[in-house]
Design a protein around this ligand. Structure first.
Ligand SMILES: Nc1ncnc2c1ncn2[C@@H]1O[C@H](COP(=O)(O)OP(=O)(O)OP(=O)(O)O)[C@@H](O)[C@H]1O
Length: 615
């Protein structure tokens, strides 16, 4: 028979090398991966036979069998599940299709915490090369007449050939490396060892795992057992099985609904952001079971986009086993269930905030960026999402604040929750807009995520306090007394402001006096309902046509530069010279907020001209 030799895709090769020169101390996990794959294959076959009546597969005794051969020093994990066609073997075992692999491998090389990182990725089948120097896989898909044998020693190539009489399903045979206590390679053919590993990692697998005549797993679905019965370690193992995340979950919680639409849920919040959290082809949703039977992964009808990191299982009693994604999207009961699941996730985080503040801090650091998307998309739960959100603020250089804490610190004469959006904390802190708020001792939220620009536009208030950008609209910080002084000044400055508005009309729509400046001469602010420069840039990058958005230049009427300008304007009849000065003033304000000049060389020319005259 013809044996083909094929090459592993380069990323697969890199990952295999990592496995061979294993970075894990805990090599036992290879068996968990094989049992997990076998269990998935059995789930898939059962599902296929529901859907495809022509499929002539035997599903009367679906199970996983482990066979150890002490003499040959081999270990085989066999299932009678869905199997793979030749092309599937090449595609699934010879390549790594996961998005983000290249990025992952790059990070892995740079990191000294390889174990943590690889945990996020999950290496599945390749983990067998931690313990074996050769692996043979024989598989047959129910539609295929003959089977396929795949074999490799984990170097750069593998072989493929046909097997005439392969049974339905897949067997994976490991030619084990010699036992070596120092290298943490125990005898994996020992019955006691195999039983211990399966019990520890795979007890909850619903299919029987047999070793000889004996079934060695209890097969009980965790969510069907009473909570007091299940240990944290069992939950953690189950989480790893469904999430392919090797770390323990940050939070585990359950839900139960009785009555007309009965269901149980077992949900997890991960302790690290999944790699694909912000990727376009990211996964979302929990697993759906119907009466203990696995129906689908990534059931997006059960979780909104912004909670895409929540993992777990929902087991519904009253759905058909044939239920499709399309039906789920429209089903009213499913929508109700989803609403309850969302509320449960949010309330779980709320409790975490008070009871396990360190966990909450991890949660927010890892997943807060996704949660904030909910401020835009989930209007119904907006207040609850705000309540579990944290933000950087001028109150502390390191610690984040909740809005509740912010409100508690608000000054007596402070009306609003002030914020500023921008690229970085440093630009915001140095921006002139902050001056008067700082002088008044008002705290300002520092919002630097891209999503912040969006939600602040959509969310008007928190517990009755308005959100107010300090770089937009009129910031009303003055006392009544100050206000009357300002209106006097306005009259005084009226001619100058009108002239400047015309002179700078190419850049700004208005020039006015400011109450937000104490030390700077000028700053630029947006009109209350206009887009911020960052948002404008974002929309343009997305290809949207927008009219030019002009902002407003505000002057500090007590600054010497502005008072002198005022005097010069009043005493001179020719204002040509002054128009260069006001252009410089505008350019300075733009630079101070971290903005970019439209014509830097002109700015430099004007400035050097001025400087020459001071020498
Ligand atoms: N026993 C099996 N029966 C049928 N298909 C299998 C079996 N084992 C593996 N496969 C196929 O090969 C694919 C790759 O397996 P692998 O264990 O490397 O990754 P995975 O299980 O998809 O994810 P992870 O890497 O997170 O474990 C599986 O997704 C599955 O399609």
């Amino acid at each position: 028979m013809h044996v083909e030799t094929l090459e592993f895709q380069s990323e697969a090769r890199q990952l295999l090398q990592l496995m061979i020169h294993s970075i894990y101390s805990n090599k036992d996990t290879f068996l968990r991966e094989l049992v997990s794959n076998a269990s998935d294959a059995l789930d898939k076959l059962r599902l296929e036979t529901f859907r495809d009546k022509d499929l002539t597969a035997d599903i009367s005794d679906l199970h996983i069998a482990i066979e150890a051969d002490e003499e040959q020093h081999t270990l085989t994990v066999r299932d009678n599940g869905i199997g793979m066609t030749r092309d599937e073997v090449v595609e699934l075992i010879g390549t790594i299709a996961k998005s983000g692999t290249a990025e992952f491998l790059r990070k892995l090389k740079e990191s000294d915490q390889q174990q943590d990182l690889i945990g996020q990725f999950g290496i599945g089948f390749y983990s067998t090369f931690m313990v074996a120097d050769k692996v043979t896989l024989v598989t047959r898909h129910p539609h295929a007449a003959e089977g396929v044998r795949w074999e490799s020693s984990g170097e750069s190539t593998y072989t493929i050939d046909a097997v005439a009489d392969a049974p339905q399903g897949t067997s994976v045979t490991l030619h084990l490396k010699p036992v070596d206590a120092d290298d943490q390679l125990p005898d994996y053919t020992a019955k006691g060892k195999i039983t211990e590993i399966v019990k520890r990692y795979s007890d909850f697998i619903t299919w029987p795992v047999r070793l000889g005549e004996e079934t060695i797993n209890s097969r009980k679905a965790l969510w069907a057992r009473s909570s007091s019965d299940v240990t944290d370690e069992e939950y953690a193992e189950f989480y790893r099985h469904i999430s392919h995340d090797w770390n323990s979950p940050l939070e585990t919680f359950r839900m139960q609904a009785e009555g007309t639409f009965e269901y149980q849920a077992l949900l997890f919040i991960p302790s690290q952001a999944p790699m694909d959290l912000f990727m376009r082809e990211r996964k979302r949703g929990v697993q759906l079971y119907v009466k203990r039977v696995f129906i689908m992964d990534d059931c997006e009808a059960l979780m909104p986009e912004y909670l895409r990191f929540v993992k777990g299982v929902v087991d519904a009693q009253d759905l058909s086993l044939n239920v499709s994604r399309e039906i789920l999207q429209q089903d009213r009961q499913i929508q109700l269930m989803r609403r309850r699941l969302v509320k449960k996730v949010l309330s779980t985080v709320k409790t975490m905030m008070t009871e396990k503040p360190d966990n909450y801090a991890t949660f927010w650091r890892e997943l807060g960026g996704a949660v904030k998307e909910g401020l835009l998309s989930d209007v119904e739960n907006r207040e609850s999402i705000l309540a579990i959100s944290s933000f950087a603020s001028t109150n502390s250089p390191d610690d984040l604040t909740t809005l509740k804490q912010y409100v508690e610190r608000m000054k007596d004469d402070q009306q609003h929750i002030y914020f500023m959006t921008g690229d970085s904390r440093a630009t915001i802190e140095n921006s002139p807009h902050l001056e008067a708020l700082r002088a008044k001792g008002f705290e300002v939220l520092i919002l630097t995520d891209a999503i912040d620009e969006m939600w602040v536009e959509a969310v008007p208030q928190f517990e009755g306090r308005q959100f107010q950008s300090i770089a937009k609209g009129q910031v009303d910080l003055e006392t009544e007394e100050e206000k009357s002084a300002t209106s006097e000044r306005e009259k005084d400055f009226a001619d100058l402001l009108a002239w400047m508005t015309t002179s700078l009309s190419e850049h700004v729509k208005q020039v006015r006096l400011s109450s937000r400046l104490t030390t700077s001469a000028a700053c630029i602010v947006g009109d209350q309902h206009d887009l911020t420069p960052t948002l404008e840039k974002m929309y343009r990058a997305m290809g949207q046509e927008l009219p030019q958005i002009k902002r407003i230049l505000e002057l500090n009427p007590t600054h010497p530069l502005v008072t002198s300008l005022h005097e010069a304007f009043g005493s001179r009849s020719d204002h040509t010279e002054l128009s260069d000065t006001v252009e410089l003033l505008y350019g300075m304000a733009l630079l101070a907020e971290g903005g970019e000049l439209t014509d830097p060389s002109r700015f430099v020319r004007l400035l050097s001209d001025r400087l020459q005259r001071t020498l």
